[in-house]
Every structure is written in structure tokens, then in C-alpha cells.
Ligand binder design. Structure first.
Ligand code: HAM
Length: 418
């Protein structure tokens, strides 16, 4: 056994943990403002949910899933993404009968067997949103605006938004045939991996890093310039709404998202502080997914945002929440410490963040401990103070000290800190 987390996974230690909690608090508060309700789905699903939902030509389904058989021989898969499970739950619980659209948000770990590197993990966390049951382009704009709003409130630096359309499946098939016809004469020049991608999904070649492939794709026909009239109108309305909301974006005809379920609107936010793994959140419309999973025809749109990457982007900013505690109760006497347990509980019941010594330290060591914990104040209660019904309260920033009656200590501190 090695005392290391499995390859591609990581421990989130307290400094990042605090930042991460703050990120999630802001996201949660914004989801509430946009009238989303929370949903929690299982960490694993029947493999079919992803095989059918995410799509057989995707990297996720072809080579990244953590699939296993349980003891009764069922094929199960650890959730690689959040949309297919939410659509599965929508169908299972007949949510199409609810007033539509149904707006759901989630916070969950995702599992993908990818090559680990900075910002790319085999277990990562996302918060995400799914809106089911409306085709209105304003829903697309609202979902994009919500994610932009969250990044803005978090102060994530260097954010860019790219938007495109994947058209409806029927017209996309026509486009795909044209793209293949364009690519055929170049097939001999393409590296092996690109040829495989071409067979699976030629649009993925827009994502290629290989300069030769990039050059070929630069002159390839673009789906965005041949959208069906309905998809074109939809796209125009989404962009018009983004303009109204003053959300800056770039239209990018080469934007391909790595999931098969997308129809019409797709979008991706990148962060220029993140290096190669710059995708910090993305999503799009999936008007056929619910049907694919056995439900009634129901349009949908949503996004997922990578919390690990948001934290990475925020690490170099001063956006981290304040660490530390409000009070360190220093009681350098074992008997007295036991008698002051109710006072500690009272202080905590008032919402103050309070710590006390739990190791029998002497007063000096307690003060060092208080400093390590980032205590704003230390209340010292020695046997003589206690007899006099007093505590000495020291402000750790200014060094200012005063005697405070023990009886009123909780009231007084709750007032000062509030
Ligand atoms: P996705 O683009 O695959 O979309 O993932 C969403 C976000 O999760 C990415 O933008 C990125 O920030 C983060 N992410 C993805 N893979 C990793 C990884 N290996 N390590 C760290 N972070 C990662 C989806 O998953 C769709 N379900 C989004 C969606 C919802 N579309 C419609 N509704």
C-alpha cells in the first residue's frame, strides 16, 4: 500500500478548502437568485445512461469511463459528467408533468480516466445547472449570464466567452457529409489519431493541436455559416440577448464540445491564467437528450463549471476568504478549563468561531497556537481572573488588552464581532 492518493486524484487541503467553500457558497447563492432548485443524483449510474446519453463517439465514452461490474454483474459507471444523470432523473420521476421549465443545479465529483496534468484530474468537481422544458433562446442567454455572473462575483481573472451553434442533428448530418468530402483528399496527410477522429466525428478535428491538421481545418467549411433557418434564428436571438445583457462574447465557429448530445447553442468560458487546461466552464443545449433516454421530447440546456480550475485561477488573486477564528480562549489551568466548557459552548452557540487548547499547553504555547490559528482575539482566564469574575481580552492585531467581566464575555464579543 502506498500512502498516496491514486494517480490523477488529489487531496484538497484547508487553504484551498476554504477558498472552495467560498466559491460554492457564492454559486449556491446565485443559483437561488435565478430560481434553481438543487438535485443530487447517485455517484454511479447504469453504464447505458452515459453510453447513450453522452454518446458513443465521445472520448468520455470511448476511453475515459470508470466502468465496473458490481457483485450481481450489473455494469455501472462512475459519473463522468452531470447532464445525462439529471436527464435520467427527469425521465424517471416524470418531471415533464411539472410546470416547465424545471431548473436544477448540482454540485458533484466527476470521474474521467484522462491523462493527469495541471488542472486536469481523474476526479474533479463541478457545479452545474440544467434547465429542462423550454426552447426559448432567452433561456440560453440566461444560463450563460448566470455562469458569467458567478465568475464575475468570484473575481475570476482573464475570463473569455466563446459561443457557437451545433445546429439541429438533421442539418448537422448534411454538414458532416460536406466536411468529410472536404477532408477526403487530405486523408493521406493526416496523422493516425486525426484519421481516427475523422471517422468518429470529423468536427473534433477543429480541436486538433497538430499544426498540419489546424492548417487544413482553417479552410474547412464551418457549420456556423450553414445553419438551418430555425437554428440560425435561434442563434441570432441568443446573441441579441447577450448583447442586451452586456455580456462580452466571441462567436467561434471552431468551438466543438466533447459531448454528443449538443444541439444549437454551445458555449465555453476559458480563463487565460490556466495554461493548457483553460476551459473553466461550458455547456449548451441538448434538445434530444431526454428522448434518447426514453422520455418525452423535452428541450434542455445547461452548463458545468470546474471548481478545481476556478480555485486554481483564484489562487493568485486576493479573493480568498479571510482565514482565522474570532477568539482563542486561553485557560492555563486544567480544572478551570473543565469548568469553562459551558462558556466555550455559549460563545460557539452565538456563531463565533472559537478554539481553545486541547493538549494541556502552557500560556505561552497557547498564545503561539492562537497565532497559528489566526485568532483575532485571545481571552485569557487564569485562576485569579476567574476568582475575580474577569477575563483579559487581548486584540492580537493591536496588542490592546482589557479586562472584561466573564459573565458578559459572550454578549460583548458577539457584539464586537457581528
Ligand atoms: P465539460 O466541458 O466536459 O462539460 O466539463 C465542464 C467543466 O468541468 C469544464 O469546463 C472544466 O472546467 C471542468 N473539467 C472537465 N474535465 C475536467 C478534468 N479532467 N479535471 C478538472 N476539471 C475538469 C460537461 O461536463 C457538461 N455536462 C456540461 C453541461 C451541462 N452541458 C450541458 N449541461
Amino acid at each position: 500500500m502506498s500512502a498516496r492518493a491514486p494517480r490523477g486524484t488529489r487531496d484538497i487541503l484547508p487553504t484551498e478548502g476554504r477558498l472552495r467553500e467560498w466559491v460554492i457558497d457564492i454559486a449556491r447563492e446565485r443559483f437561488a437568485a435565478y430560481a434553481y432548485a438543487p438535485i443530487v443524483t447517485p455517484t454511479f449510474e447504469e453504464t447505458e445512461v452515459f453510453a447513450r446519453g453522452v454518446g458513443p463517439s465521445t472520448d468520455i465514452v470511448r476511453k475515459e469511463m470508470y466502468t465496473f461490474e458490481d457483485l450481481s454483474g450489473r455494469s455501472l459507471t462512475l459519473r463522468p459528467e452531470g447532464t445525462a444523470p439529471v436527464a435520467r432523473a427527469f425521465v424517471e420521476h416524470g418531471m415533464h408533468k411539472l410546470p416547465l421549465p424545471v431548473k436544477l443545479w448540482y454540485l458533484a465529483p466527476m470521474f474521467r480516466y484522462e491523462a493527469p496534468q495541471a488542472g486536469r484530474y481523474r476526479e474533479h468537481w463541478q457545479f452545474g445547472a440544467e434547465v429542462l422544458g423550454s426552447e426559448d433562446p432567452l433561456v440560453d442567454a440566461e444560463a450563460i449570464a448566470l455562469l458569467a455572473d458567478i465568475y464575475a462575483r468570484l473575481g475570476v481573472p482573464g475570463i473569455r466567452l466563446r459561443v457557437s451553434s451545433m445546429d439541429d442533428p438533421e442539418s448537422r448530418d448534411e454538414y458532416r457529409a460536406r466536411l468529410l468530402a472536404y477532408l477526403k483528399p487530405f486523408a493521406g496527410e493526416l496523422p493516425q489519431e486525426a484519421r481516427e477522429r475523422m471517422a468518429e466525428n470529423p468536427m473534433r478535428l477543429f480541436d486538433a493541436k497538430h499544426p498540419g491538421v489546424q492548417a487544413i481545418m482553417a479552410s474547412a467549411p464551418k457549420l456556423l455559416s450553414s445553419l438551418s433557418p430555425a437554428a440560425r434564428e435561434h442563434h441570432g436571438r441568443v446573441l441579441a440577448a447577450l448583447d442586451m445583457l452586456d455580456i462580452p462574447y466571441e462567436e467561434d465557429p471552431t468551438l466543438v464540445r466533447g459531448l454528443d448530445y449538443y444541439t444549437r447553442t454551445v458555449f465555453e468560458f476559458t480563463c487565460d491564467r490556466l495554461g493548457a487546461q483553460s476551459g473553466i466552464g461550458g455547456g449548451g443545449r441538448y434538445d434530444r437528450l431526454v428522448e434518447t433516454l426514453g422520455g418525452p421530447p423535452t428541450p434542455g440546456i445547461g452548463f458545468g463549471a470546474g471548481i478545481d480550475r476556478i480555485c486554481l485561477a483564484l489562487e493568485e488573486t486576493d479573493r480568498a476568504p479571510e482565514a482565522g477564528i474570532d477568539l482563542y480562549l486561553a485557560v492555563p489551568d486544567a480544572d478551570l478549563r473543565a469548568r469553562l466548557v459551558p462558556l466555550l459552548a455559549d460563545l460557539r452557540a452565538r456563531g463565533l468561531r472559537v478554539e481553545s487548547d486541547l493538549r494541556g499547553r502552557g500560556l505561552k504555547a497557547m498564545l503561539r497556537h492562537a497565532d497559528f490559528l489566526g485568532a483575532r482575539r485571545v481571552a485569557i482566564v487564569g485562576p485569579r481572573d476567574f476568582a475575580a469574575g474577569l477575563a483579559t481580552v487581548r486584540d492580537m492585531a493591536t496588542g490592546h488588552q482589557e479586562e472584561v467581566p466573564l459573565q458578559g464575555l459572550a454578549d460583548r464579543l458577539a457584539g464586537v464581532v457581528a
